[in-house]
Design a binder for this molecule. Structure first.
Ligand code: PLP
Length: 365
């Protein structure tokens, strides 16, 4: 966020910034969603929905599991939330207690750790190795000691790594046999460049699944996500949701039903991410950044810059002030080794990415 603030300040001062830091699609919501939103504005009173979410949307999400993963999910197990972020708060409070030990990966999405800590829970750091492609294994969990929960994402932010086929099932089995609550953040599903990511729905131990309209569906600002819950958590989560937020945003919920019919438009976005990714993973090694996490999905490249610096925050600050290129230092994603890494986003425009790489290249040799 600091990088984004500095980048915005530069732009305000009339200076150009080439963006490799942005963690969201550059595209708007799909046309069908915009059209549904316009209709809702004209025709609907837009009062609260029930706390668990607009029923037709819950049914559309359930149908999505049959469509994408061949999994039958009862719509009553689906809770619509204010983004994946809103789901995390509800789930952490409902599934854990203050002092609960929940594993989070390093590198990993920093808000898991920060939200758990804010709620008085212990975020147990699980370091992942570059050699394993930053993929979590049962052995990593074994080394973390007693756990109440595990939080993971595949594809991952910041690494873009996707778990290998069957690996999520192994992790679920490990957690199920030890009474550990597994939470699978599937927000980057749909944005993969090889084998599609597997869902935790239907795996042993009834894992909790979180997803969102923010990434594949290109609807970050609509603040809409969902969770698929084990039946035992439905009532606690419903009560929490009612008290904390009353309901997710109604306009967004009414419009989002149409997102599941926008596959052609959304897959065209993914095709652009793929082209951007190909550009990055071919150009960065030529520029000397050849230790990259496997960029299997999401829209990020996680690059080891330890031959250039042991302070990637300072490096990113210099790239921004001297070259006008914004990238994200790794420290928030990995509190111990993040200073040796940078996250590049390729969610944006291909020409802008190419120009940013042209500017960076001379400074890296
Ligand atoms: C891995 C991961 N999970 C969750 C979120 C939060 O998403 P939402 O916009 O649905 O709250 C993000 C946002 O960047 C993310 O990268």
């Amino acid at each position: 966020m600091e990088v984004m603030r500095e980048a915005a300040a530069r732009e305000k001062a009339g200076l150009e910034v080439l963006h490799l830091e942005v963690g969201q699609p550059a595209t708007p919501a799909p046309a069908a969603v915009l059209e549904a939103a316009r209709r809702a504005l004209d025709d609907d009173r837009l009062g609260y929905t029930v706390a668990l979410g607009h029923q037709p949307l819950r049914e559309a999400i359930a149908a999505h599991y049959a469509d994408w993963y061949d999994e039958i999910v009862d719509p009553s197990r689906i809770v619509v939330t204010q983004g994946a972020s809103g789901a995390f708060v509800l789930i952490f409070i409902a599934a854990f207690a203050p002092g609960s030990r929940v594993a989070v990966t390093s590198p990993g999405y920093p808000c898991y750790r920060n939200t758990l800590t804010a709620l008085g829970m212990e975020a147990v750091d699980v370091p992942l190795s570059a050699e394993s492609g930053f993929r979590l294994t049962p052995d990593d969990l074994e080394a973390a000691g007693d756990l109440d929960g595990v939080m993971l994402a595949s594809p991952s932010n910041p690494t873009g790594t996707v778990l290998r086929p069957g690996a999520l099932a192994e992790l679920a089995e490990y957690c199920a046999t030890r009474d550990i609550t597994l939470i699978s953040d599937e927000i980057y599903h749909g944005i993969t460049f090889g084998t599609p990511a597997e869902t935790a729905v239907g795996l042993p131990g009834d894992p909790i699944v979180v997803n969102s309209f923010s990434k594949y569906y290109s609807m970050t600002g609509w603040r809409l996500g969902w969770t698929v819950l084990p039946t035992g958590l439905l009532t606690p989560v419903e009560r929490l949701a009612q008290n904390l937020t009353i309901a997710p945003p109604t306009l967004a919920q009414l419009a989002a039903v149409a997102a599941f019919d926008a596959t052609a438009e959304l897959d065209a976005n993914v095709a652009r991410y793929r082209a951007n990714r190909d550009l990055m993973v071919s150009r960065l090694p030529e520029m000397g950044l050849d230790r990259l996490a496997p960029a299997d999905g999401a829209f990020y490249v996680w690059a080891d810059v330890s031959h250039l610096t042991d302070d990637s925050q300072d490096l990113c600050r210099r790239w921004l002030s001297e070259l006008g290129v914004a990238a994200t230092p790794g420290i928030d994603f990995d509190p111990t080794r993040g200073n040796r890494y940078v996250r590049f986003s390729y969610a944006g425009d291909r020409d802008e990415i190419a120009r940013a790489l042209d500017r960076l290249a001379p400074s890296l040799t």
